[in-house]
Design a protein around this ligand. Sequence first.
Ligand SMILES: Nc1ncnc2c1ncn2[C@@H]1O[C@H](COP(=O)(O)OP(=O)(O)OP(=O)(O)O)[C@@H](O)[C@H]1O
Ligand SMILES: [Mg+2]
Length: 364
Amino acid sequence: MIVTSVRVRDFRSYAGAEAHVGPRLTVVHGPNGSGKTNLLEALYFGCTGRSFRTTNDRELVRFGHSTTRVEVTLEDRDHQSHLLAVGYSPGEPKHVTLDGAPLERLLDDERRPLVSVFAPDRLELIKGVPQLRRAHLDQLVGALWPARAATRRSYGEALAQRNALLIRVRGGRASADALRAWDLELGRLGIELSANRARAVDLIAEPFAEHAEALGLEGAVRLAYRPRSRAASAEELAEEIAAALDHDLARGYTTFGPHRDELVFRRAGRDLRAYGSQGEQRVALLALLLAERDTLAEQRDRPPLLLLDDVMSELDARRREHLAARIAARGQAVVSATELAHVPGATEAGVADIDVGELIAQEA
Ligand SMILES: Nc1ncnc2c1ncn2[C@@H]1O[C@H](COP(=O)(O)OP(=O)(O)OP(=O)(O)O)[C@@H](O)[C@H]1O
Ligand SMILES: [Mg+2]
C-alpha cells in the first residue's frame, strides 16, 4: 500500500490543500511558517488518526473553524486506489472511513499505511525516559507481528490490576496471597513480551549499526535490548516479581518486570542518551528509523512512509547526501526543508517528486 496524495480541509493553517506524494522521495519546501510541518502532520493524521506533534487534537482544527478533515489516497499492490478519510470536530469522536465504510480502530488496521516520523521533538526517543523507548519498541513489535501486539496490552492490564491490588494489600484491605495470581499472569505475559522485544531488536540491530556508520556516526554504534530479568521461563519471572514484594509495597507499584526494561543506544561503549552530542543523537534516531523501515520491508513487505521534518538543515553536507541517497533507496519518504538545495539531488528529475510551491493547490 502506498500513499499517492493527501487532501486537507481546515487543517492547521490550511483552508484547503492537496499534495501528491511520489513513490520515493518527496520534498516539501518553503520558508519558515509556510505549513511544511502542518502538511507532514496531516499525512500522519490521515494514516493514523493521530498527530505526532500534539495529543490535543483541537489544535489541528483551523482557527475559527469547527471541523477538520484529511483524506489520504492509497494505492494497493494491484494498483487499485483507496480513500482513507479522517474527520474530526472537537467534542466528538473521530470519524474514520476506508472507501466510505466506517473503521473502528484505524491504528490496528492492517490496511492502513505504516508511518514513521523524524521531527526535532522526537530526539526525546533517544535522550528521554526509558518508557518512550519501550513504547516505541512495542510499536515495532506490533508492526512486525500484529498478533503479538495483544501481549503488550494484556501485560499492561495485568500490571494495572496488580498495582491496584498492591495498594489494597498495603492498606490492609487485601491479603498478599491474592497477588500470586497476578505474579503468574505477569510472568506468563512478561516472558513473551521480552522475547518479542528481543527478537525485534535482533532484527534491527545490524541494519541500525550499518545506517549509523553510513550516516557518519563514528565509533562502534550498537543497539541493545536490556531486560532486567534473566528468567528463562514464565515461572522464573513470576518468582522474581514475587521476590520484589517488600520493595513493591514500600513504593506502591510493581517494581520488577519488563515494564522496566531498557533499549540502549551505545557509541564506543557509552550510552548515547547520557553522552551523545545532539548531532549524534539525531543520527542515531535516523539510523533507527531507517533500520526499522528495512526490517519491515524485508519481513513484511510493508515499509512505513517516512516523514522527515526539519532534518536536513541540521546535518552537514556529507551526511545530507548519505541520508538523501538512503531514504530514496526503498519505500516512500516525505522530507521538509526550508531550502530545496538542502536535499541533495532534489532538483534531478525522479528524485524529487514534488515541490510544495507547485503542487499544493491551496485555496484562499
Ligand atoms: N489550528 C491552526 N489554525 C490556523 N493556523 C495554525 C494552526 N496551527 C498552527 N497554525 C499556523 O501554522 C503555521 C506554522 O506552520 P508549520 O509549523 O507547518 O510551518 P513550517 O513550514 O513547518 O515552518 P518551519 O520552517 O518554521 O518549521 C504557523 O503560522 C501557525 O500559526
Ligand atoms: Mg516546521
